[in-house]
Write a protein that binds this ligand. Structure first.
Ligand SMILES: [Zn+2]
Length: 318
């Protein structure tokens, strides 16, 4: 059920948030439902395509190097996608991330050069799902291009309502606290109209620690891109598919020093990547890329220069 709330209400709630937070149902290890069946299908759903500054995507790596892999346009922008994931189990439909949505002003969107006709409406129609069938929305973090599509404006153009009416939404408590008191660098990406309505309708639950979410889906938590980023690991057809979110946003960012300029803690990201990539290689993980316009998935191999993408493929090839 959608309970429309006003943004003024959001601001008031912020002031008393610490009083409310203890009352929220806490999700630590698993949803209290032992009947949840394992994963039966995975469907990539693209929320939108847009462009990002190529330099920002590769941090200190010079353009003369990254431009060999990804060609920049005349404004130095490279194509990026918001490739979210719909997980079907016997009795749940789980969406991971929600794209940037449509609430922000044209001025804000003008910085992101959205292109093409990809949308959740189109993607859901193609696979035959309705928004109201979604039972759970996992938010890897609360940057606007991951959570914006979770909340839409009602017909009046100013009242927020949840895009997935019947869903419970999840993010880490660590990320929630981080987003409510943003540092100046991340502040433009933490827009309260994107996530306060989730809290106010009572449909947001917090993940406090890594562990199993449901049978076949577990979470790890990474802190280098932003604090408390949730990374889902999904068992599917005898593979482990890892939803990479902004931890490793594209196949071009696998090489350990190729770190996005948006990461808040680059040295920590490098440590996190090294540990993760060793494990991913040992276990032949499938890396599923949220932002890679060209590559949906890859597995890894080790070259004399370090970890690299081995084969690139689509989930439908598994
Ligand atoms: Zn992010």
């Amino acid at each position: 059920m959608v309970l429309p709330v006003s943004l003024n209400h959001s601001i008031i709630c912020l002031k008393v948030l610490n009083l409310h937070i203890d009352k929220i149902n806490v999700v630590t290890q698993a949803i209290n439902n032992n009947n949840i069946m394992s994963v039966t299908s995975l469907n990539p759903v693209i929320a939108e395509n847009f462009k990002m500054d190529g330099g920002a995507s590769f941090g200190v790596v010079p353009k003369t190097i990254w431009n060999k892999f990804v060609e920049a346009d005349e404004n130095n922008m490279i194509p990026v996608t918001s490739r979210c994931l719909l997980i079907e189990t016997g009795n749940r439909i789980i969406l991971i991330d929600a794209g940037m949505g449509n609430k922000q002003s044209e001025k804000v969107f003008s910085y992101y050069y959205r292109f093409g006709d990809e949308s959740f409406e189109k993607a859901f129609e193609e696979i035959g799902f309705d928004f109201d069938q979604v039972t759970d929305v996992i938010l890897t973090h609360l940057h606007f291009d991951h959570v914006g599509g979770a909340v839409k404006w009602a017909a009046d153009g100013k009242t927020p309502e949840l895009a997935f009416n019947n869903a419970t939404y999840y993010c880490t408590k660590k990320q929630w606290d981080w987003a409510l008191k943003p540092n100046p660098r991340e502040k433009p990406s933490f827009l309260k109209e994107n996530f306060m309505p989730l809290f106010e309708t009572g449909q947001l639950e917090f993940i406090y620690e890594p562990g199993e979410f449901i049978n076949g889906v577990k979470f790890e938590i990474y802190d280098g891109h932003t604090r408390g980023q949730l990374i889902p690991f999904i068992r599917y057809k005898n593979h482990t598919v890892v939803f990479m979110a902004d931890f490793i946003p594209s196949a071009y960012n696998i090489h350990i020093p190729y770190i996005s300029g948006y990461d808040i803690d680059p040295l920590l990201v490098m440590k996190e990547k090294e540990t993760f990539l060793e494990k991913a290689l040992d276990n032949n993980y499938v890396l599923f890329f949220e932002h890679d316009y060209f590559n949906e998935c890859c597995n890894l191999h080790r070259t004399e220069k370090g970890f690299r993408a081995n084969k690139t493929f689509r989930l439908s090839d598994l």
